[in-house]
Design a protein around this ligand. Structure first.
Ligand SMILES: Cc1cc2nc3c(=O)[nH]c(=O)nc-3n(C[C@H](O)[C@H](O)[C@H](O)COP(=O)(O)OP(=O)(O)OC[C@H]3O[C@@H](n4cnc5c(N)ncnc54)[C@H](O)[C@@H]3O)c2cc1C
Length: 384
């Protein structure tokens, strides 16, 4: 293994591989990625792959717009299909208040040129008659949203990074980061020590643990979210939008001939990755309430992944004042898959140019929490 690296990235999820790719593309050399398991085996490989441009904050809109472009042109850039299915996203409002919020958000989205639209209950019922709409006040819909394949996307970006010379070491956990004075000098793994002046923390739900290696508190909590899939089910059309029953924190979409159903999300942080029967029952209740014909479906299996929740549900993309050379690309709060491409770009710019050029990432600094500058997103990201 290398004895020195110009840049070490901890974590081989969508964020780590994107940072590696864009660093390589911008001409950086001697980049090493350490992944304690296999590439994409963390939250990325367990996620639902959702990609939307319906948000309520400017910063999330920037992330959505730029990353969307990458997903649309993915095959040209990476030579592989991202399996991007633009089935649309439909947010259902359960009261007037939610509908008002959706209306305001659509104004912001339109400023960015996103073709989102407000739908009435009748329009929703007409378009998707299998939905139970009696308790619905309307919805927010964008037909260009959709989902992509987390495995396809992550492995293609990692392959692109390798073409630029990035070295990946799987099954290699970073167990220590050495700091001299205020500067990073090396990382340690079971395979040896690597001298480096720059470390990118892209450790997803484990971001705070990596922070502890340099005694920096990183406010990112792992929160379990369960997902379930049905057996083959033909009771709804083959293509339906990813539909979010916003108040219930429940969504579903097609997964080929199956249906993917979101299960509950924990309130308390933990690294628990089990699925449980009670959660499956709760999921079935929410699913059949919204789509009565789901009573004829059978839940075949489920799994759990970890959200990486920051205090304001926005990413932390930041240098760390106390530790020179430490860069954070963490806290994506349940939407890191879709924001991964732009996150990679701006972190590469921050490292190589001293500042992000593509968009202003100052609002995402670590210090915002202490300075009372946390951001508010009303389409709460970790609900999808
Ligand atoms: C159920 C569920 C559904 C989701 N659905 C969506 C969705 O529809 N759309 C969306 O955009 N996002 C979604 N997300 C969120 C998305 O999965 C994450 O935001 C994203 O995957 C984060 O990527 P990451 O690279 O930061 O983290 P990860 O993919 O977890 O990668 C971090 C990696 O770091 C490694 N690591 C940790 N510590 C060390 C160490 N010390 N040394 C070496 N390696 C280390 C881990 O093994 C891991 O592979 C969902 C998440 C869950 C749980």
């Amino acid at each position: 293994m290398e004895k020195t690296a110009d840049i070490v990235i901890i974590g081989g999820g969508i964020i780590g591989v994107s940072v590696a790719y864009y660093l390589g593309k911008m001409g950086a050399k001697n980049i090493v990625v350490f992944e304690k398991n296999l590439i994409g085996e963390g939250s990325t490989g367990l996620c639902a792959g959702g990609i939307r441009r319906q948000w309520s904050t400017e910063i999330n809109m920037h992330f959505a717009m730029k990353s969307f472009e990458v997903f649309q042109n993915f095959e040209d850039e990476f030579g592989a299909s991202p399996e991007f299915h633009q089935i649309g996203y439909l947010f259902l409002a359960r009261d007037e208040e939610e509908l008002k919020t959706f209306t305001k958000n659509i104004e912001i989205q339109h400023r960015f040129g996103v073709p989102s639209q407000l739908l009435t209950r009748d329009e929703i019922k007409k378009e998707w008659p299998f939905l139970q709409t009696e308790d619905i006040f309307g919805g927010s819909y964008c037909h260009t949203d959709g989902y992509a394949g987390p495995y396809e996307v992550t492995s293609a970006i990692a392959k692109g990074a390798r073409r630029y010379g990035v070295k990946f070491f799987e099954k290699t956990e970073v167990t220590a980061i050495e700091v001299q004075g205020t500067h990073i000098v090396s990382v340690t793994t079971p395979s040896g020590r690597v001298e480096t002046p720059i470390v990118v923390n892209a450790a997803g739900p484990w971001a705070a643990n990596v922070g502890k290696l340099v005694r920096v508190e990183i406010p990112v909590n792992p929160i379990r979210r369960q997902l379930f899939v049905t057996d083959t089910f033909k009771g709804i059309p083959p293509s339906v939008p990813l539909t979010i029953d916003y108040k219930q924190n429940f969504y579903f979409r097609r997964e080929g001939e199956l249906v993917l159903l979101s299960g509950p999300q924990d309130q308390e942080p933990s690294f628990n990755l089990t699925t449980d029967f009670d959660s499956m029952v709760e999921t079935a209740e929410k699913a059949t309430h919204r789509v009565p014909v789901f009573r004829e479906a059978r839940i075949a299996r489920g799994w759990a992944g970890l959200y990486e929740i920051s205090p304001d549900n926005h990413a932390i993309l930041s240098k760390v004042p106390e530790v020179e050379g430490l860069i954070l690309a963490v806290g994506f709060s349940g939407h890191g898959f879709q924001h991964g491409p732009l996150a990679g770009m701006v972190i590469a710019e921050l490292i190589l140019n001293g500042r992000a050029d593509t968009i202003d990432i100052n609002p995402l600094k670590l210090t915002r929490f202490k300075e009372g500058k946390a951001i508010k997103e009303s389409l709460i990201a970790f609900k999808d």
